[in-house]
Structures are given as C-alpha cells and as structure tokens.
Design a protein around this ligand. Structure first.
Ligand SMILES: Cc1cc2nc3c(=O)[nH]c(=O)nc-3n(C[C@H](O)[C@H](O)[C@H](O)COP(=O)(O)OP(=O)(O)OC[C@H]3O[C@@H](n4cnc5c(N)ncnc54)[C@H](O)[C@@H]3O)c2cc1C
Length: 386
C-alpha cells in the first residue's frame, strides 16, 4: 500500500519546529547572523535542548526521543529552512551516535547515550576525513595499534564538524596499514583523553554554527571499552552504513536550503516591480520558479523514500546515495536560480541567498562527494546485475 501522508505525530513535530523557527530562531538570527560566527551557537543549541531535539534518535530508554529517520529528516529539513548551520549540527550529531546505535554494547549505550539527551545534552563529532585520505577510506594514515587491553591512536583528522564543542568523538582509523579497510576500527571517545588536541580551524565561507576543525592524536591511549564493534559489523561496514544513513539526513538539509531559497525568490519575484509590472509576470521567471518547485518536490520524495527504507530496515544504500547526489544538485541549482531572480541584490554580503548558496555548496562534499555517491550507486547497480 502506498501512503504519502505524514502521521499525526510527524505533523505536530513539523508544527513545533515551525513555531521554534518563527518565535525563537529567526528573531535571534535577524539580530546576530551577520555579526557573529562560532559565537552565537549556544542559544540556538539550547532551543533544541529544551525539546530534547539535539540528538533525537537516541532511544527512549537512554533518555532520548527514540525518533525514526523519517521524523529526524523532517526536523532537519524544517530547521534548514531558517538556519542550515543548526541543521548540520543536528544531522552531524546523529551521525556521531549512529555507530553506537548500530553496534554498541548495552554497557556502552548506558554509559554514553544519556549524555546526548535532555537539557544538558552534549554534542558529538564524526571524524573520518584525513589530509591524505579524503574520499578514500582505504588510505587512512591514522593508526590505532592494538596493545593488551587498549589501542594507541596516532594521526590526524580534519574538517570535523562540531569538533570544538563535542564531548564525544566518533573516530574511524586503521589498525593495520597492510590490511587497509579490512582493519578499520571505530572508537567513541571522550574529548578529554591525554594527548588528544584540537588543531587548526578550517574556516569556511558558509555561515555554520561552528567551523570544522582538525583534531590531532599523539599516542592517545584508548580503552577497548571504547571500541564500537560487534560480530555483524566490521569497522568498514559500520562506516559505510553510518555514512549511507547520514546521507539521507544531509539530503533533507539540502531540501530545507532549497525551500528557503525558493521562498525568498518567489516572494521577491512577486514584489519586485519593473516598468510597472512584477518580474514574476515574465514567463521566464515564473517558469524558473516552477522548475525549482518541481525539483524540491522530487527531492523531498526521494529523501522520504530513503528514510522509509532505513526505518523499515530494508536495503537503503542505493536510494540514500541517490537522494544525496540529487539533493546536492538541487541545492546548487535552486540557490543559483534564486540568485538570478534577485539580480545584484544576491551579491550583497548581507544577502540571505548568498548565505544559502554557501551552505548549498557544502552538500556536494559533506558525507562524501558527488563522485563518491556515483561510485557507490554504480557499485550497487553492478552487484545487483549479477
Ligand atoms: C563544511 C564541511 C564539513 C565537513 N564535516 C566533516 C565531518 O564532520 N567529518 C568528516 O570526517 N569529514 C567532514 N568533511 C570532509 C568531507 O567529508 C570531505 O571533504 C569529503 O569526503 C571529500 O574529501 P576531500 O575534500 O579530501 O576531497 P578529495 O577526496 O581529495 O577529492 C577531491 C576531488 O576528487 C574526486 N575524487 C576523489 N576520489 C575519487 C574517486 N575514487 N572517484 C571519483 N572521484 C574521486 C572527489 O569527488 C573530489 O571531486 C567536511 C567538509 C566540509 C567542507
């Protein structure tokens, strides 16, 4: 049976986020958006903490909301319509806890997950990218050497979102260079371990809440109780599965960005009068808005299909990668069309369209580049042919 209706709970959830957007987030951003970066975040995080929404996937038994991916995608999409930076924080936080949700022991979950819930909820960071192994996780240079009851981790990670404020870091590293990706290990570690430190800030143009950061491990001793693994998942499978799930949420952020750009362009086109008529009365402008609306609708459906498959525990990898590839193009295309409609005003440093464009560009690299999504989809298609 096909059913495109959202549940009553999901409709209420969307309404809640729209109320938070209108009453709290937008007024705050109006005042601070162009004056502060990396400094105005706590207020915004607290708004979500108040409703236990910073990491809504944490199961109820550990203090969370136990939200399914469909609902989380609705949350991040709505937040992204007013503050993509905040939406990235939530999707990234979910990313950071996903390995422990998939494969953590009961003890690990009891020890770690409650910290991600409630009014004092912490943030997590997900650290995979390294200087020498961006898209290629088989060439990690960070090494986790196995000793008796612990690992010694040495190396570097970069472009890690939330790193500067995260209480827990989810780190993927190699435990043997010769075994490459077969040797990947996943660690979920607190940020206060000796010989761990934050490196340089990777300042990006987009108005994120926090710029991504480099993190450095210089012989960090990690107890085996911080290794996330079980018989079903090798570190590599765990990484792939986490990334594939995360791609559905990143796509939802992209849909939110596109919706925001569409709304601004639509509103502007109805108000901007040239030679006695609104610019929307030019068919080319009206048709451009139509193209944008169609793309948004299609991508929203793809995101929801990916989340629906994730929630049903069916094979979701192909659809979530398709949704990410498509959503990356959506965000670029819609912000670019919106920019065209705004003309010169899109180029002002205070332009919301310009800020959305910067956020849109991030979608095409975060959680793997468009090319990597294509590689993944083509691998799955070939496997399916056999
Ligand atoms: C704002 C922001 C936030 C981020 N947050 C995080 C985070 O929280 N955690 C984290 O771990 N990382 C994060 N990243 C890093 C991101 O995941 C990487 O940038 C991405 O994986 C690509 O790696 P790279 O930049 O090193 O590019 P490279 O891997 O060097 O790729 C460069 C180009 O070559 C192409 N390419 C490379 N290999 C192939 C191939 N085999 N086939 C086809 N094309 C290929 C790529 O598609 C790309 O176009 C973030 C990045 C940004 C910009």
């Amino acid at each position: 049976m096909m059913n495109f209706e959202l549940s009553e709970g999901q409709t209420t959830l969307i309404q809640l986020i729209r109320t938070l957007n209108a009453e709290k987030i937008v007024p705050y951003l109006r005042e601070h958006r162009f004056t502060e970066k990396n400094g105005f975040s706590q207020y915004l995080l607290d708004i979500l903490r108040e409703h236990n929404l910073l990491c809504p996937v944490v199961p109820k038994e550990y203090g969370g909301l136990g939200m399914d991916y469909m609902s989380v995608s609705l949350v991040v999409e709505e937040i992204a319509t007013v503050c993509p930076g905040l939406a990235f924080v939530v999707s990234n936080n979910v990313h950071a806890v996903q390995p422990i949700l998939l494969s953590g022991t009961k003890e690990q979950k009891q020890n770690i997950l409650p910290a991600f819930t409630g009014k004092e909820a912490c943030l997590g960071a997900f650290a995979s990218t390294e200087r020498a192994s961006g898209s290629d996780v088989s060439s990690f240079q960070s090494l986790a050497e196995e000793k008796d009851d612990h690992y010694i981790l040495t190396g570097q990670k970069e472009y890690v979102l939330n790193a500067g404020t995260a209480k827990y870091l989810t780190v993927f590293s190699s435990s043997s260079f010769s075994k490459k990706k077969a040797s990947l290990r996943c660690f979920m570690i607190p940020n206060f371990l000796p010989h761990f430190r934050l490196g340089k800030v990777c300042k990006v143009a987009a108005p994120l809440l926090f710029d991504p950061m480099e993190i450095l491990f210089d012989h960090v001793k990690i107890s085996k109780s911080n290794v996330i693994e079980d018989k079903d998942y090798s570190g590599y499978l765990l990484l792939s599965q986490t990334m594939d799930m995360g791609r559905a949420l990143t796509s939802a952020v992209a849909v939110g960005i596109a919706r925001a750009a569409f709304d601004l362009a639509d509103d502007y086109a109805r108000k901007r009068v040239l030679n006695g008529k609104t610019i929307i009365s030019n068919q080319v402008i009206a048709h451009s808005l139509v193209e944008m609306a169609v793309m948004i609708e299609m991508n929203q459906l793809l995101v929801r299909k990916a989340c629906w498959l994730i929630d049903k525990e069916e094979d979701f990898a192909m659809v979530s990668n398709m949704s990410k590839l498509s959503a990356s193009r959506l965000a670029i295309e819609v912000t670019s069309r919106a920019s065209e409609i705004f003309g010169a005003r899109a180029f002002l440093v205070t332009s919301k369209i310009d800020q959305l464009t910067q956020c849109a560009r991030i979608i095409s690299v975060i959680d793997g580049t468009d090319n990597i999504q294509k590689n993944t989809i083509s691998t799955i298609m070939k496997v399916n042919e056999i």
